[in-house]
Design a protein around this ligand. Structure first.
Ligand SMILES: [Zn+2]
Length: 399
């Protein structure tokens, strides 16, 4: 059974320390390398699909969350306010209010829409320590977030476009969703009480889902406090289900922040806010990827993509040169030298590395390397430039 907490420590991906606190994991170099590859991929996928990236601070005044509705609907999940200079600041529970204010910060015309803002940003959740463990439930979250501000009549198309990107991302990550869930409001004070608003938002999501012909389940009581959402659910090897990706239609916060754009009729119109996360938080994504791949990641986000294995000490200089050239070719590469054990033992201890390059006396003399893949298959020794080109072509995600 692949438990990401055990594998995460074994593979040196992440850890925690009681002095930092539970639910506050840190990413070790191998985990940070994976994370950077994932961040770069998502960033590039978004850039190629019309998103502009922004950055915003991880806290804001208490009044911001009173305005957004978080304070009255979501404060149980938030950290308590911090008092500074007579003002109260809150670690943000979501990025939406900052992005709404960025929309409001400039005059907007219908020609600027859809405005797609994305940010990989920090947010915080005041979870009780009893429910924390590993990366799947944490107090400090790095969220792949994005908000599309669009006219109401293009909201369904924007939802559908976000689902396209989610499916593209899952394909590259090797993620297979368990099901799509239409998450609706439940009873109680958690949800904004505006039935007409809820049914309009729900209609937009249904239109997008039905146009795709995608099967989905409906569940009440799983919506956000401000609107319904499509959740893309994954199941871990222990059978536990969680939400990885989400697309939400929000007709509430645009009103709370009085967002508007000038339409073709020169009048002010209210945009719809489509919230979407292609891959969720990096913490939960990493936990899921570790579990489904058992640490044998696809080459493009493997912490080490190529390991160079000199057969004896005599080939170490040639191996060091091969590591340098691999790194210069854009690969994450390192050497496992003979002082780490026999060749067989080094092959086994690097079994999760996608590309193993064996350098014996013949290869060192000829400037070649013999490639061995994770499944045990071997390539004939070939000139180093050819081997590097072969690996580099496979060590990047496709867009
Ligand atoms: Zn949002």
């Amino acid at each position: 059974m692949n438990d990401h907490r055990r594998l995460g420590r074994e593979l040196d991906l992440f850890d925690t320390h009681p002095l930092i606190g539970s639910g506050l994991p840190f990413w070790l170099p191998a985990g940070a390398a994976v994370r950077r590859a994932l961040e770069d991929f998502v960033h590039e996928l978004e850039r190629r699909n019309g998103y502009q990236h922004v950055n915003s601070p991880v806290l804001g005044k208490r009044e911001l969350y009173e305005r957004s509705g978080h304070w009255s609907h979501y404060s149980d999940d938030m950290f308590p306010p911090m008092e500074v200079g007579g003002e109260q600041f809150v670690l943000r529970p979501s990025l939406c209010p900052h992005h709404a204010l960025m929309f409001a910060a400039r005059p907007r015309s219908h020609r600027d829409l859809p405005l797609r803002l994305a940010e990989l940003g920090g947010m915080y959740r005041g979870e009780l320590s009893g429910v924390l463990g590993g990366l799947s439930r944490v107090r400090a979250i790095q969220l792949n977030d994005g908000h599309v501000f669009c006219p109401p009549d293009s909201a369904a198309a924007e939802v559908s476009a976000a689902l396209d990107l989610i499916e593209a991302a899952h394909g590259q990550l090797g993620v297979v969703p368990a099901r799509y869930r239409l998450s609706l409001r439940g009873d109680g004070a958690k949800y904004v009480d505006d039935p007409a608003m809820w049914s309009s938002a729900e209609a937009i999501l249904r239109e997008a889902l039905n146009a795709r012909g995608r099967a989905f389940d409906e569940e009440r009581g799983e919506g956000s406090f401000y609107g319904p959402k499509i959740d893309i659910q994954v199941v871990d090897p222990q059978g536990r289900e969680s939400t990885l990706s989400t697309v939400q239609v929000d007709l509430f916060q645009p009103g709370r922040f009085d967002l508007s754009y000038v339409g073709p009729d020169q009048a002010a119109h209210r945009p719809v806010m489509v919230h979407r996360s292609l891959v969720g938080s990096l913490e939960r994504l990493m936990a899921h990827l570790v579990e489904i791949h058992g640490g044998a990641f696809p080459a493009w986000f493997a912490p080490v993509q190529a390991v160079v294995l000199p057969v004896t000490d005599a080939e170490v200089p040639a191996a060091e040169e091969l590591v340098r050239r691999s790194v210069a070719a854009g690969l994450r590469a390192s050497m496992a030298a003979p002082d780490q054990g026999t060749l067989g033992a080094r092959v086994r201890s690097n079994r999760l590395v996608p590309y193993q390059l064996v350098v014996g006396p013949a290869e060192a003399g000829l400037g070649e390397a013999a490639l061995r893949l994770r499944d045990g298959s071997r390539h004939e020794a070939r000139p180093i430039a050819q081997v590097l080109a072969w690996m580099a072509a496979r060590a990047s995600p496709a867009f």
